[in-house]
Design a protein around this ligand. Structure first.
Ligand code: NAG
Length: 441
């Protein structure tokens, strides 16, 4: 029965029938446990064990939906700010859930929330959306039936039995709705970070740090003890409502990195990593207009410029296609400038070729296609080539001759018309008609 229920659940999950996270009663989850053992040389070694468990939402004493599995029963009031479901949205099938033990090692402070005791143990539950809609970390407090004796075991954890149900209470959560942010240059994005704690006026430290490569820089900090903050971009008033979002100053290429929002309420330390990536699109232009007219044998350098993009990777191609062709051909004679680096951190590149057409090239459309991480579809810039047959000296002489001939003919015609006019008055029409007919022939 329960296996069926599970299969049905997974089915509903993957088809997205469940729709909203807010109302779900349980979630499949991974319990990741870290174990230490001493190897033959007496050194401590770490190993990780992954177990399939269930996260179930309800009240103390609820029976597990899946009795043959380990269940973490999270006791929350529906709609409470400590309910992680309240912050999760999107399709439940896109959720990743991971539970880990959390050690307060070294911090001998009792949690100030209701009903907390010294023997309590901690877990974190990380709920992440696979397409990056959000990431939530919830701290779960659990009171073990028998307090562990720290001397017993190097792991200092009581093992969790095959079918155990652990009753837990959510006491703090930290989340972001912007785990991966992309921004163009000169924008001021807000990096979202929010938290909730189960008691009023917690002893709170909020910090934002930027990690680039291996370097960490403190951007902002606030301490409720001193009531002071350092740095800018976070509203202190917002912090009292759990809003720790950071408003960044206008972005440059140096703004890229991992921004870490951390919330410390002793003895719990929660954080979210937010990656900021700068994506600036190229401006693409050609050095020729939409139609390029060349005479046979004439030569023209055709340049496609992509300017002001970031990051460096860009793909530029020249294609050509005739109306009668179904697919364009890629030009193989294209040359590239080297990447030019500009003071603002952006780059430029040119793709060019020399066009020396024959009459057969006339009517082809040439397209410069530029692809870049900042673009959903490549930028295309095109021109159509028209090739005129080259003018020889005899052509020119013939042209001038024709022009002169037509001019003389018009002159004669005008003279004749005047003559006709006068002749009409003198009633000598018939002779003139004869002359005009002669000219027409
Ligand atoms: C949270 O704070 C940020 C930055 O101060 C602000 O832009 C945002 O509107 C606030 N969000 C809410 C829901 O108040």
């Amino acid at each position: 029965m329960t296996v069926l229920k599970y299969i049905l659940f997974i089915g509903l999950f993957s088809t997205g029938v469940l729709g909203s996270v807010e109302g779900i009663r349980w979630l499949p989850c991974q319990l990741v446990e870290e174990f230490f053992h001493r190897n033959s040389e007496g050194h401590l070694e770490t190993s990780f064990h992954h177990r399939d468990v269930f996260l179930q939402f309800g009240k103390t004493g609820d029976l597990p939906e899946f009795p043959e599995a380990v269940t973490f029963l999270v006791t929350v009031h529906a709609g409470s700010k400590m309910d992680m479901r309240h912050y999760a949205d999107g399709d439940p099938g896109d959720l990743r859930c991971e539970i880990r033990r959390y050690s307060t090692a070294g911090i001998q402070v009792l949690w100030k929330g209701p009903e907390a005791q010294e023997d309590d143990v901690w877990f974190t539950c990380a709920l992440q959306h696979s397409q990056g809609l959000f990431s939530i970390t919830t701290f779960l407090r659990h009171r073990p039936a028998t307090p562990p004796n720290p001397q017993d075991d190097i792991n200092k954890w009581s093992p969790i039995g095959e079918r155990e149900t652990l009753s837990t209470t959510a006491v703090m959560l930290v989340l972001t709705r912007s785990p991966a942010v992309t921004s163009a240059l000169m924008r001021d994005p807000t990096l979202h970070c929010q938290f909730a704690v189960d008691h009023k006026q917690p002893d709170l430290t909020v910090e934002w740090r930027l990690q680039k490569h291996s370097e960490r820089k403190k951007l902002y900090s606030f301490s409720s003890r001193s009531g002071t903050s350092e740095g800018r971009g976070v509203s202190v008033r917002g912090l009292s409502n759990g809003n720790a979002s950071l408003l960044l100053p206008p972005t440059t290429t140096a703004s890229e990195g991992i921004y870490i929002c951390s919330i410390y309420v002793p003895p719990l330390y929660g954080s979210q990593d937010i990656s900021l990536q700068i994506l600036e699109s190229p401006r693409v232009s050609l050095n020729v207009g939409p139609t390029l007219q060349l005479s046979e044998g004439e030569s023209q350098k055709v340049v496609c410029d992509a300017e002001g993009y970031y990051p460096l990777d860009v793909q530029m191609e020249w294609l050509r296609q005739h109306q009668s062709q179904r697919l364009p051909e890629i030009l193989k004679t294209v040359l590239f400038s080297s990447h030019r680096h500009h003071p603002g951190g952006t780059y430029s590149l040119s793709a060019f070729f020399f066009l020396q057409p024959t009459a057969r090239d006339s009517g082809y459309t040439y397209t410069c296609r530029t692809s870049h991480a900042s673009l959903r579809t490549p930028i295309r810039k095109s021109f159509t080539l028209l090739v005129t047959e080259s003018a020889s000296w005899t052509d020119i002489i013939c042209g001038v001759g024709m022009f002169a001939f037509v001019g003389i003919m018009i002159y004669i015609l005008l003279v004749m018309l005047r003559y006709l006019h006068r002749a009409k008055k003198e009633s000598k029409v018939s002779d003139t008609v004869g002359i005009i007919c002669y000219f027409k022939l």
